[in-house]
Design a protein around this ligand. Structure first.
Ligand code: URA
Length: 187
């Protein structure tokens, strides 16, 4: 996809004033990775480190995500990573519905440009917004959903794995399934 379209979209995000988070952010956290990736990961919103550095998943939960990506041989540079919100909610509170509504078009445009085969939602907030509003992360993580041309699933948010070590085994198994599915689709 054209560099011009990417540049325009990133500039639009940086200048966006669709919600009040632009008043408190340090940096816009647009997205990162392979712009032609077959797998796109979508998180919730930037945290403190992401806000400071302008990149998604670079804080403690991002470091853990990197470990899973490395273990399944799908390094961060080989996928595309973005969030539902591009600006940090103060004190890492959950995104408000109106903030999601104000920001979601940016993600739609990113999806159009990347055109991945698989979308992986990182955590409950992204899964509810992208897969279905009544998504239950404990019961439905790792389950595949087909929506339009995309295959989607959700895994636990890495920050949940920092708090609850007992979820890590299921996370590993979900991540290996994602790698398997991506390899099948790439054949
Ligand atoms: N949590 C998220 O959902 N996204 C980030 O980029 C960082 C932490």
């Amino acid at each position: 996809m054209s560099e011009k379209a990417w540049k325009e979209l990133e500039e639009k995000c940086i200048l966006c004033k669709n919600c009040k988070l632009c008043e408190t952010k340090t940096n816009t956290v647009f997205g990162t990775g392979d712009k032609n990736a077959n797998v796109m990961f979508v998180g919730e919103a930037p945290g403190e480190q992401e806000d400071l550095q302008g990149e998604p998943f670079v804080g403690a939960s991002g470091k853990l995500l990197d470990k899973y990506l490395t273990v399944i041989d799908m390094p961060r540079q080989s996928v595309y990573i973005a969030n539902i919100l591009k600006c940090r909610p103060p004190h890492n509170r959950d995104p408000l519905p109106e903030e999601e509504d104000a920001c979601i078009e940016h993600l739609r445009q990113q999806l159009k440009l990347v055109d991945p085969k698989i979308i992986v939602c990182l955590g409950r907030v992204a899964a509810k917004r992208i897969i279905k509003p009544d998504f239950k992360i404990t019961a439905e993580h790792g389950k595949w959903f087909e929506k339009g041309k995309y295959l989607m699933c959700a895994v636990y948010h890495p920050s949940a794995l920092l708090r609850d070590l007992s979820k890590r085994k299921e996370m590993l198994s979900d991540m290996f399934e994602i790698k398997k599915k991506a390899d099948e689709l790439n054949k």
